[in-house]
Design a protein around this ligand. Structure first.
Ligand SMILES: [Zn+2]
Length: 630
């Protein structure tokens, strides 16, 4: 931040103080969003905000909570215009901070009008900055549709939003509504923090399902599932899946013992033309999957843990948050860089709990849970990058790793604090159960660490030492050493102590699990990482090679295209059967404009990971994933 910007920030705060209660509801920033152009992917914004004469800096949100990086899509803000009483005011973007706009508020002015358009991009990945609208639906993230004055804390700024949607579209959001008139939705004034934390989904094919208040197993609050699809068929959710989501609500009550929200809204978007991800909020989650996820078994299985994961973040990530991840809120705006070193708690523990809640809720069978755990364990256990990059560095580097390519991913390592978090927290769960003679478990840690008074959203930050102290309160042990060893290790193998201690072993055979088949079929690929050492799409493009594996040793690179297998035209079946024949495989590949023959001297047949029971140890894993609320 430049010294000039610092002084502007101070003058704004002074102006705010002089105005008495300038940030109270009656002085809320009026934010009008016209989303009737959503099918054409242009949203129109008009803001009216209280100001004082003098220099002023307005910011566009940059560090978006939950996205763990500077992902605010500033490049798609266009048509920007500032005015007062009809007079256009010149502005200048800061030369260093691309998210900052400087202007001079004229003498006598008490309000500022800001207009701009936001271009919501066509088919693209990424988080909320990716594709968010089709001709049939849209997901609106308020951080993309507003500016805020530099120097003020997001908690202290009040915004009152008005939204116009395409006629006939329905919608859902956690943002409280004041009234609807003539196609305009007027929301109640809310802090900037709450507004940014409360996205909205809308569409022509829309259903809202009441998931109840959590039943008798724990604290009560209303829960809703909002479905926005690209077709009526997409939102035809089977009744048994609704029951599983109701179970999920009950299971979180049993696991966490409290709820840190007034009501909770799952915004589930079903489209092949929006970015696919989940993003957590205190009182909602923005969950985006393929159009047929609720109606076809493969994508439903693959996405089974998505809602449990994002829901868990209401406790772990929103209520409890690492001290370095508090963008927005009480301390400032969305211009503070995030520090990701504790993401193995924020995301890693959430990954473990989201996966455990899936079989507890019935969203996965126990076999599906174990098949997924085998995939996680196997992929981490053979990563060449473990020898140079400790797990903690994948968390510190989160903001650059989300966009990393698929090529040589095992050597680079990706956002491993998610899947390896699963292994570490399973390990901790098993350790607590063993040391306490079965009287305690990680569920007790969750109640202690993630519990609290509940009710409206709140934030309680933590450090590494807080995590260790809470674990010690549940079960005395040298938890600092336990965690540090796993976070800083450059050993070649993954921490499989939890898998083995829970009575199971990672093993490989020639049979694909149902989960593995879903993963390959849904992705239109064959994953031969544990045999030939490559992963290939159905058009022959090699997604990646296992670093140091047979294909890599034979000179095959990622991103080349397989043309033929043993002189015959490539298909996934031809390649898989060539591996199963237990004889060297000859590939003709196209590398740029050149063709290459690669002979892979691999003779051990197909290999896919599974968990197999170790009868020498008690089966703790089956206890861990049993329903607790029913
Ligand atoms: Zn997450």
């Amino acid at each position: 931040m430049s010294p000039e910007v610092q002084s502007v920030m101070r003058s704004f705060l002074l102006a705010a103080a002089l105005m008495g209660t300038p940030l109270a509801a009656q002085n809320a920033v009026q934010l009008q969003v016209d989303a009737t152009g959503a099918p054409q992917r242009v949203l129109h914004v008009h803001m009216t905000m209280p100001v004082h004469p003098g220099p002023m800096t307005l910011l566009y949100p940059e560090w978006i909570p939950g996205e763990h990086g500077p992902t605010g899509p500033i490049v798609n803000l266009v048509g920007l215009k500032f005015s007062n009483s009809g007079q256009t005011l010149p502005w200048k973007r800061d030369s260093v901070n691309m998210y900052a706009f400087h202007l001079e508020v004229p003498a006598g002015a008490s309000s500022l009008d800001v207009t701009f358009d936001f271009i919501t991009p066509p088919e693209s990945s990424g988080f909320t900055s990716g594709a968010s609208a089709t001709s049939e639906l849209a997901v609106l993230s308020w951080n993309q549709l507003l500016l805020y004055p530099e120097g003020a804390a997001a908690d202290s700024l009040q915004y009152q939003a008005t939204l116009k949607l395409p006629p006939t579209w329905k919608y859902g959001t956690a943002l409280p509504i004041q009234r609807e008139t003539g196609g305009d939705i007027l929301f109640r004034p809310a802090s900037l923090t709450t507004l940014v934390d409360s996205p909205l989904s809308a569409g022509a094919h829309y259903r809202t399902i009441d998931l109840g208040n959590g039943g008798n197993s724990g604290p009560n609050a209303p829960h809703y599932l909002h479905l926005a699809g690209d077709s009526d068929r997409a939102v035809e959710i089977p009744s048994e899946v609704i029951d599983e989501y109701k179970n999920l609500v009950a299971e979180t009550g049993a696991l966490y013992g409290t709820r840190h929200y007034r009501d909770y809204h799952f915004l589930l978007t079903l489209s092949d033309h929006v970015a696919h991800f989940g993003l957590e909020h205190h009182e909602s989650s923005d969950d985006r999957v393929g159009e047929r996820t609720l109606v076809d078994p493969d994508p439903r299985r693959l996405n089974g843990f998505l809602l449990p994961h994002e829901f868990t973040h209401s406790w772990n990530g929103k209520f409890r948050r690492p001290a370095g991840l508090t963008s927005g809120g009480a301390d400032g705006g969305y211009d503070t860089p995030m520090k990701g070193d504790l993401l193995w708690v924020y995301e890693g523990l959430t990954e473990y709990l989201g996966e455990v809640l899936s079989p507890r809720s019935g969203l996965w069978t126990p076999q599906e849970y174990r098949d997924w755990l085998a995939i996680t364990a196997a992929s981490l256990d053979r990563e060449a990058g473990r020898k140079w990059r400790p797990l903690e560095d994948t968390a510190v580097a989160a903001q650059i790793l989300y966009e990393a390519g698929d090529d040589y991913a095992e050597y680079r390592r990706g956002v491993d604090y998610y899947p390896e978090g699963t292994l570490i927290w399973l390990d901790a769960d098993v350790k607590i159960r063993q040391l306490s003679g079965g009287r305690k478990s990680l569920d007790d840690f969750c109640k202690a660490f993630l519990g609290g008074p509940g009710g409206a959203p709140a934030l309680k930050t933590y450090t590494f030492d807080d995590v260790v102290a809470t674990l010690n309160g549940v079960q005395p042990f040298d938890w600092a050493a336990f965690l540090n060893q796993r976070l800083h290790s450059t050993e070649p193998h993954a921490p499989l102590g939890g898998v083995e201690g829970s009575g199971w072993k990672l093993a490989y055979d020639a049979e694909r699990s149902d989960f593995w088949k879903s993963y390959e079929d849904d992705g239109k690929l064959a994953d031969l990482s544990y045999s030939l050492g490559l992963k290939v799409k159905d058009d022959g493009t090699i997604i990646d090679v296992s670093f140091g594996g047979p294909a890599h040793q034979a000179g095959v690179a990622p991103a080349v295209k397989v043309i033929a297998v043993n002189r015959r035209q490539f298909s996934l079946t031809i390649l898989r059967e060539a591996v199963a024949a237990k004889a060297p495989v000859e590939l003709l590949v196209k590398n740029g404009e050149y063709y290459e023959n690669r002979r892979i001297d691999y003779r051990d047949g197909e290999r896919y990971p599974h968990l197999v029971r170790d009868s020498a140890r008690p089966d703790l894993l089956s206890d861990i994933i049993k329903p607790k609320a029913r």
